[in-house]
Design a binder for this molecule. Structure first.
Ligand code: F6R
Length: 249
């Protein structure tokens, strides 16, 4: 894992945007894996600003999102479908036919999971996967205890994850209890991974990622086995990490 240490959230977002833009500009065809949540919002804002200023085109880019809540339609303001349109897609020139988000309203959810992995495969896999991390170490919605062998699958959300995401809903009762997520194995097949980590709430997760053992109890730990991971983390997130040198290995 390679570490890029940055000052704060704003710098993390800009450095991530520059990284992603260099890939967008240097390739004829690119498949991105995208995340939602608070962490990548600044990255998406930076991409939108760049698109406004420099007209960087996304016509050759396809995207696959990590996850979606089960039971929320794309029209629901808290669905990740809605989030992606609102925070990125409608502001850039990516073709909506090339953007993919698993459907949390599919009649046959198992089939939806299989079809999602097949679609990623047909696109030749994900070139660059953007990830955030949950404070319990989840990536995508792969909660602690998820097998490292999982493909796209249905998950029960941990109570801590529902509580962390309740800030986007009117009440805790409205937070879905299940989601469809790319599995650990699906994520690990990405050619390259960019993990963004910011803020105090992620300090313990960051420490475990760097200093802890690789274990299904802490899903993000598997990233230590991937050959091409770059972590962009701010000072606050890194405050508890002693062995920073462990990262650039
Ligand atoms: C989002 C996702 C999640 C988040 C994680 C961190 O698509 O898959 O793993 O990256 O829950 O969320 P934030 O960024 O809100 O702290």
């Amino acid at each position: 894992m390679k570490l890029i240490e940055v000052k704060d959230y704003q710098e993390m977002s800009q450095v991530a945007a520059d990284y992603l833009l260099s890939k967008v500009k240097s390739s004829n065809q690119l498949t991105l894996g995208l995340a939602t949540g608070g962490t990548p919002q600044g990255l998406y804002e930076a991409l939108i600003n760049d698109h406004k200023q420099n007209r960087t085109s996304y016509q050759h880019v396809s995207s696959f999102n990590l996850d979606e809540y089960i039971g929320l339609s794309g029209k629901h303001p808290n669905s990740y479908y809605h989030y992606m349109n609102d925070h990125l897609f409608k502001h850039i020139d990516i073709d909506s036919k090339n953007t993919h988000i698993p459907s949390g309203k599919a009649v046959d959810l198992e089939k939806e999971c299989e079809a999602y992995d097949e679609k990623i495969c047909l696109h030749g896999g994900i070139d660059l996967q953007i990830l955030g991390i949950g404070s319990n170490g989840h990536i995508g919605f792969n909660e602690p205890g998820t097998s490292f062998d999982t493909n796209t699958h249905i998950v029960d959300l941990a109570q801590s994850t529902r509580e962390a995401n309740a800030r986007y809903f009117d009440s805790m009762d409205e937070v879905p209890s299940q989601a469809i997520t790319m599995g650990i194995s699906s994520i690990m097949k990405s050619k390259e991974i960019l993990l963004l980590v910011s803020g105090e709430a992620k300090q313990v997760a960051m420490k475990k990622l760097v200093e802890g053992e690789i274990s299904e109890h802490f899903p993000a730990s598997i990233l230590n086995r991937h050959e091409h991971v770059t972590v962009i983390a701010d000072k606050e997130a890194l405050a508890m990490v002693k062995g920073l040198e462990l990262l650039n290995r």
